[in-house]
Every structure is written in C-alpha cells, then in structure tokens.
Design a protein around this ligand. Structure first.
Ligand code: CUA
Length: 158
C-alpha cells in the first residue's frame, strides 16, 4: 500500500494522541483513584430526614468497614446540614450526601471532591484529609436565588 508521507505523519500523530489520552485516563482512574460519583443508591427525597443515615447528619464513627467515619450531609435550598463539622486528620472518611429538593453541588474547595447531589439519589465519595485546616464546601450547581450563599465547612483537626 502506498501512503503519502503526510498521511503517515498524521496517522502516527493520531495514534500517539490516543495512547497518551488513554494512559492519562488509566493513571487517573486506577492509580490516583479518581472516579465519577456513585449515585447508585436511591432514596425517597421526601423522607430524607427519617431515612438512615440522613436522620443523623454529621460525622459518625463506624466499625468493621473499610473506612473509619461516615460524614453525612443533607443539602437543601440554600444550606447544608451540618453547616460545620470537624474531621480528624488522616482518617478515612466516607462522605454520604443527598438533597431534599433540587439539584445541588458538593465541592470541597482545594480537593478533588466534587459531587452532584440529585433528588432521589445518594452520592458517595471516600476521602482522607491529610492536611490540617478549614475546607470550604460549596454548591456549584445553580439552585436558586440563594445559591451563592450555600456553603459548609469541614475543619480538619489533629
Ligand atoms: Cu445549592 Cu447552588
């Protein structure tokens, strides 16, 4: 088969780009553990307050699981419950969150924690906070007039 020189160059360029892209994706997913929010578990959005574990928002110690704590957040227009929470440094924490009304965001500024909270679904993310200090939790999905005021704080303590 006779191939033009430029055609060859473009083919090599294309295949190389694809391999680079797939490697970046692979390293991100399997080595760094990045993954899309689960959203596999469903919940009745009208009964959030009486459904476990959302009847007890905040940090709860758990035994016999892969993680040490469960950090439960309930979002509603325009706040998070809890509004502030302390988390021990270095502990493996499973963040479990949902919303009672409309779609909200759950982004922890300065980390790779970024979830969408959809009514009827439970979003989860396992994280370890290795740095002391205060982390801002932000809503990054436009949810109404109070959207910009919607925030919470995670304080990482020794
Ligand atoms: Cu909640 Cu924007």
């Amino acid at each position: 088969m006779n191939m033009h020189k430029y055609e060859k160059i473009w083919l090599i360029f294309g295949v190389t780009s694809l391999l680079v892209f797939l490697s970046v994706l692979g390293v991100s997913a399997f080595y760094m553990g990045n993954q899309p929010p689960s959203c596999l578990t469903t919940i009745n959005p009208e009964k959030v307050d009486t459904t476990k574990p959302f009847d007890k928002p905040g940090l709860n110690k758990v035994e016999g699981k892969e993680w040490d704590y469960e950090l439960v957040f309930v979002a509603s227009a325009f706040s998070y419950n809890p509004t502030k929470v302390e988390v021990p440094k270095g502990a493996k924490v499973k963040i479990i969150a949902t919303t009672k009304d409309v779609i909200h965001g759950f982004e922890v500024a300065g980390t790779n924690i970024n979830m969408m909270l959809e009514p009827g679904y439970i979003s989860e993310h396992i994280a370890t906070f290795n740095k002391r200090g205060e982390f801002l939790v932000l809503c990054n999905e436009y949810c109404g007039t109070g959207h910009h005021m919607m925030n919470s704080r995670i304080e990482v303590v020794e």
